[in-house]
Ligand binder design. Structure first.
Ligand SMILES: [Fe+2]
Ligand SMILES: [Fe+2]
Length: 171
């Protein structure tokens, strides 16, 4: 183990997963439009930052070390989530499909997280087995995460950038 204070990459990403799971559960139980919107916005922020650090740092480090199909599916799943995030961000609890969009986003994320965390065949397990330097990229991701949160808190969430779906626009 390197003597760094940052968590290793997998610990950091798993902690993010637990955070959003809790937020989805909180949304489900929340009543009142204001509360719901606050939680939904937190979900969108957390997921946007998480997807960014995975796509900028973790997934590229997995290239050639993790089953190619699994990695490609992960990018497509991120894009699917980004489309719903953009919808939720643009809308509000008075929209007819608002709660449904948050719920479906939660279900999609649950599936995606399972594919990342699954024992043995999951992306994290494959990457660790292939010797990806989890301490080094954990440190990079922690730094990038802090930077992105600061910029989104100032300027709001950017329009999502889709990695795998270029031909149509979500908004
Ligand atoms: Fe993840
Ligand atoms: Fe992911």
């Amino acid at each position: 183990m390197a003597d760094t204070k940052s968590p290793d990459a997998v610990a950091l990403l798993k902690a993010d997963h637990r955070t959003v799971e809790e937020l989805f559960a909180k949304f489900e139980k929340a009543s009142g439009d204001g509360k719901k919107q606050t939680i939904a916005e937190q979900i969108c922020m957390e997921l946007t930052v998480h997807a960014a650090i995975e796509e900028e740092i973790f997934y590229p480090a997995c290239e050639g070390k993790v089953e190619e199909d699994l990695l490609k599916e992960a990018y497509v799943e991120h894009d699917g989530a980004k489309i719903l995030i953009a919808e939720i961000e643009a809308g509000g609890p008075s929209d007819e499909f608002y709660d449904a969009k948050v719920k479906v986003l939660g279900e999609q994320i649950e599936h995606h997280v399972e594919e990342e965390e699954m024992r043995v065949e999951g992306m994290f397990a494959q990457a660790r087995k292939a010797g990806v330097d989890m301490d080094a990229i954990g440190e990079q991701m922690a730094a990038r995460k802090a930077e992105l949160i600061a910029s989104y808190q100032k300027g709001g969430l950017p329009r999502p950038e889709l990695t795998t779906m270029g031909s149509t626009s979500p908004a």
